[in-house]
Ligand binder design. Structure first.
Ligand SMILES: NC(=O)c1ccc[n+]([C@@H]2O[C@H](COP(=O)([O-])OP(=O)(O)OC[C@H]3O[C@@H](n4cnc5c(N)ncnc54)[C@H](OP(=O)(O)O)[C@@H]3O)[C@@H](O)[C@H]2O)c1
Length: 266
């Protein structure tokens, strides 16, 4: 009688598991080195609440059709900003408002980014994609185009969403992500996020990198933990996109995390 087919022999499984864990830990170390690392010591006390100055009059939002991006558009309009949304497909942005201008473009097309940047006071990016399974430079190349356009047009403040798990937050998305999700599904994506952070940190603009935990579509709680040491090495930490959007908008009027990369989670 024919033996039943086994994809992996039990003995091989015993050998492969430590190899995979070693690969996961090496990747975590590589992400720690490749992303932004703060040279300043973390603040001893929790940072003060965001100073509530007037928000910038005109903001450009990149990734505006995405989960976080749509909430950034809605909340920026609530705060009284005139919003320009740079989108690939305007039909994917179901928001209509007299202060909203939708510009069709692509972050990889430098000319369209330059055109959208004209007249802006600040930029928010919630850029992301789903091309996980092969190497891409969408986040890093797109962000480089944003920064060049900001420098050309004298736009100063840039708030960009990346993720816990990069740079000095490596491992802080929780053990399942460190040992399985990032190494198995997201290694190329996270390498590009690390490049993206380095490009931002090397720029001359006033930047804030916002690193959320695992994103949910839940309701805004209005309360969150944020700082240079938030996140968990064991259990995954979560936060609603609505709370991330609120925190990102706060960074337009606060210098608490200027040129820093705070994590944010519930
Ligand atoms: N999912 C999580 O648990 C998690 C955790 C931590 C951090 N993050 C990060 O947080 C960020 C936002 O995530 P999200 O899930 O809220 O966003 P998302 O739904 O993935 O949206 C991504 C946005 O980027 C846009 N985009 C992609 N390529 C573009 C291009 N070439 N030109 C212009 N726009 C482009 C998309 O436009 P289209 O609509 O045209 O595709 C979309 O608007 C991502 O960087 C993500 O990796 C996610």
């Amino acid at each position: 009688m024919a033996r039943p087919f086994r994809a992996v022999e039990p003995g091989a499984r015993v050998t492969l598991l430590p190899l995979f864990i070693a690969y996961a830990l090496i990747l975590t170390g590589a992400l720690a080195l490749a992303g932004h690392r703060s040279s300043a010591p973390p603040p001893a006390a929790p940072p003060p609440a965001a100073a509530r100055g007037a928000p910038p009059a005109r903001v450009l939002i990149v990734g505006a059709t995405g989960g976080t991006g749509r909430l950034l558009v809605a909340q920026a309009l609530e705060r009284g900003c005139a919003v320009t949304a740079l989108v690939r497909d305007p039909s994917r942005l179901p928001i209509h408002h007299p202060r909203l201008t939708v510009v069709k473009g692509n972050v990889l097309d430098a000319a369209s980014v330059q055109a959208a940047m004209r007249g802006q006071d600040a930029v928010l990016s919630a850029l992301g994609h789903r091309r996980y399974l092969y190497p891409t430079r969408i986040l890093s190349d797109g962000t480089r185009n944003i920064l060049r356009a900001m420098e050309t047009h004298g736009v100063r403040r840039f708030v960009c969403e990346t993720s816990l798990g990069i740079g000095d937050s490596a491992g802080r998305l929780g053990l399942p992500f460190t040992l399985f999700v990032i190494p198995a599904v997201l290694p190329f994506y996270f390498r590009d996020k690390a490049r993206q952070e380095r490009i931002i940190a090397a720029s001359a603009v006033e930047w804030v990198i916002v690193r959320p935990g695992v994103l949910t579509n839940g309701a805004r709680r209005g309360q969150r933990r944020h700082g240079l040491r938030v996140g968990g090495f064991i259990l995954p930490v979560r936060i609603a996109r609505a709370d991330v959007a609120e925190f990102m908008l706060d960074q337009l009027t606060s210098d608490t995390y200027l040129r820093a990369a705070p994590g944010v989670c519930w």
